[in-house]
Design a protein around this ligand. Structure first.
Ligand SMILES: [Zn+2]
Length: 265
């Protein structure tokens, strides 16, 4: 949508919002057709506003947008999926905010990324599933959002030598962008040991549908390594921006407080 005043309808997830003036909201949307955009929702904070409930965070809506001078203007909102299981659940909403923040930080403005849009919608659905391993959903989402944004680490060929990796203990390097074999890791600094069981889960997650992954029982040590590898990769890619690091640290704390001893690890 390029010319001013033009109107378009698209599905969108609300990533972020802030108050604007007395009655308006500034909303960051990840849209199906136009990628990440910022738009003004006018008058939504007035008690009489009809659309007030429909620009809630981490919901899926159909929005009608018109192009203003600087920003888009949301002229209509129809709520399609409120993801009710997320609302009021502190842990689930914490993960939903991580999912949204990753899109917000990796997506370039107004670039359509259909795989990332579908993944975000799916990710919010997966987070809503009763009894789901939230950490596993998060790791799966993180890996595949990196892939959708064009930053997938290499899991099948050596990030230094390019040769096919064997099913054995390996190393991982955020700087090299993926898994490195023992021979090529020798003499390099900043290599993280990657034990075979963790390596296998990473590869399985990379090439499998969520329906296959969600039935896995992943132990706490493997979970710890998966989180460390993926979060270190994300932090590195986001150029160690302080806010992200702090944000991921908060997620880690949230996860560590939530380890349920009754969970069948
Ligand atoms: Zn190698």
């Amino acid at each position: 949508m390029s010319s001013r005043g033009r109107v378009a309808k698209t599905r969108a997830i609300i990533l972020r919002r802030s108050d604007l003036g007395e009655a308006d909201r500034l909303v960051t949307l990840f849209t199906e057709d136009y990628g990440k955009i910022r738009a003004v929702a006018k008058g939504v904070r007035k008690p009489t506003a009809k659309a007030a409930g429909h620009v809630e965070l981490y919901t899926l809506a159909e929005v009608v947008l018109s192009k203003g001078r600087d920003l888009y203007i949301i002229t209509q909102v129809e709520l399609l999926e409120p993801f009710l299981a997320l609302q009021g659940d502190l842990h689930r909403i914490g993960y939903a905010s991580l999912f949204a923040e990753l899109v917000d930080r990796f997506a370039v403005d107004e670039m359509q990324i259909p795989e990332a849009f579908d993944l975000l919608v799916n990710g919010l659905n997966w987070l809503s599933e009763p009894g789901v391993d939230l950490r596993l959903v998060s790791r799966y989402y993180e890996m595949h959002i990196l892939n959708a944004m064009g930053y997938a680490p290499t899991f099948f060929t050596c990030a230094i030598g390019g040769e096919r990796l064997q099913p054995e203990d390996q190393f991982y390097s955020v700087i090299e962008g993926g898994v490195v074999c023992r021979d090529h890791a020798a003499g390099h600094v900043n290599m993280t040991a990657l034990p075979l069981p963790v390596f296998k889960v990473l590869r399985h997650m990379m090439r499998s549908e969520w329906e296959t992954i969600k039935v896995l029982t992943v132990g706490p040590l493997i979970h710890h390594d998966l989180q460390r590898i993926l979060h270190n990769t994300i932090i590195f890619l986001l150029e160690k921006r302080l806010q992200s690091v702090d944000f991921l640290r908060r997620v880690t704390e949230l996860e560590e407080r939530n380890i349920d001893p009754g969970h069948p690890f």
